[in-house]
Design a binder for this molecule. Sequence first.
Ligand code: CA
Length: 185
Amino acid sequence: MTVDSHIQSHEVENAARRRLTERGVTNRDIAEIVYMMQSPYHQSLTMEECIESVDKVLEKREIQHAILVGVELDVLAEMNMLSEPLQSLIAQDEGLFGVDETIALGAALGYGSIAVTTYGHLDKQKIGIIEKLDTKNGLRCHTFLDDIIGSIAANASSRLAHRERDRQDGMTDRDLDIRDEEDRL
Ligand SMILES: [Ca+2]
């Protein structure tokens, strides 16, 4: 195994975004959840802002890595390529198997407590695309993906809530963009 080849950030980002598309999830699907979560608190919120927030969250490495790991395991489980007992645990979405939630929750920690509580809420009240993914049809495995989508939606919700407050506090769009850059790591 070579360890000296440097993996370009944009390759990782593109791969993560492609994975979501391949699994039938669009940014708009995730943004619809964000809208449902944030519109009660944010009267003038638009779908465009929610889509932009999802897009910004997808620039974050920690999220990209969670997508790549989770979707890979879902796909391998669909192809029956994991070793037992992991194959059955993931393919059957065994109730006590919590690594899917651990990875998704870990990816929500970077956006603070609003992200964590929103993730917890979405884990219980499966809505929108999360509900669709959670409905087992016997062919597809979304054991990891449903939680990762919840995490992306939670992060995008938290980001919007914080930006709204910062804007009320008088921060300019330029200041907000700088903060986004700092949040990317
Ligand atoms: Ca799950």
